[in-house]
Design a protein around this ligand. Structure first.
Ligand SMILES: [Zn+2]
Length: 308
């Protein structure tokens, strides 16, 4: 197991690198410094679901990841801990104090990113089994006791396979309340990065449709506040990505006489995005180009792209 408990976040995937790059560009720290005034507390967000916001090294403007506790409170029954999130020792201690009063059946992971699995090894070392999708299990240094597949029941919630942001991404649906724990499929604050190193724009859009078909009453994202207009938000996400895809295609068409690199296309397709974030935008743009290629609308020769 790679020791993440020293507060240092290992940059081992494209998304973690992109998050770090965005924090540097925006001049915000890594979030690791202890703020003594901050003490995470549980907040009820749906019947049988509580949230604990833990400070994490994530994508600005978000600074925290929500860890969700599913099941009855205060030891009245077993609970499941979704995304113990933080690699920082003070945040892990705070979560430990909250969990002292609980009987934890298992940790459930939405996906493998460091701002979601940061506390998993710590809880595993205390004997809590970790459950995750096989594609998540192979990307983390934590032993996964049970590999979850689409539809599997985990106490009161059901795993929903939603790849696209990450290959093993799961949402967790509570049929009783209609709440959907959404991981990094949607955000209440900031944006969701589809990084070509492990994300897939076409698959991501399909997974948003899978989520919409559940007709959730509430989306519980990992970053930012809960989303009460669940279907509206899912529709907005699909529309926004298709709008951006349109701009990427327009940019390609503008430079049609001379194939262009993704970097040359960014200032055209992301003219509305602050220049500081163009490094991040380039990754998303490549994800859009790959979808356009899969759809038969773009072609490439090495790093040079043109309309098909
Ligand atoms: Zn993520």
């Amino acid at each position: 197991m790679t020791d993440r408990s020293n507060g240092e976040t290992e940059v081992r995937d494209g998304v973690a690198a992109a998050y770090a790059e965005a924090r540097r560009a925006l001049g915000v720290g890594d979030g690791g410094a202890t703020d003594a005034t901050e003490s995470p507390v549980t907040v009820g967000v749906a019947p049988g679901i509580r949230a604990v916001a833990l400070r994490t090294p994530t994508l600005p403007p978000a600074t925290h990841t929500a860890c969700y506790l599913v099941g009855p409170s205060e030891g009245a029954g077993e609970i499941f801990v979704v995304d113990p999130a933080s690699p920082y020792p003070d945040q892990q201690d705070a979560l430990d104090r909250i969990l002292e009063r609980e009987r934890v059946a298992a940790v459930l992971l939405t996906h493998h990113h460091g701002d979601h699995v940061g506390g998993a090894a710590h809880l595993a070392s205390r004997g809590v089994p970790v459950w995750a999708h096989a594609e998540t299990a192979r990307r983390i240094d934590v032993s996964v006791a049970r590999e979850l597949a689409d539809g599997d029941a985990c106490g009161p919630v059901r795993a929903i396979f939603t790849p696209g942001h990450a290959p093993g991404h799961l949402c967790f649906h509570d049929p009783a309340s209609g709440a959907l724990i959404a991981g990094d499929m949607v955000a209440g604050l900031g944006t969701i990065l589809i990084d070509p190193s492990e994300g897939d724009m076409r698959v991501y859009l399909e997974s948003l449709e899978v989520m919409a078909r559940l007709e959730p009453s509430l989306l519980l994202p990992a970053h930012g506040p809960m989303i009460t207009d669940a279907l509206g938000k899912l529709r907005e996400y699909v529309a926004h990505r298709l709008m951006r895809e349109g701009r990427v295609f327009e940019a390609l068409s503008l430079v049609a006489k001379r194939p262009a690199t993704p970097r040359e296309l960014v200032p055209i397709a992301y003219a509305d995005t602050p220049k500081l974030l163009w490094g991040l935008a380039e990754r998303s743009l490549i994800a859009h180009l790959l979808k356009l290629e899969a759809d038969g609308r773009a072609r490439r020769n090495g790093d040079l792209w043109a309309p098909a």
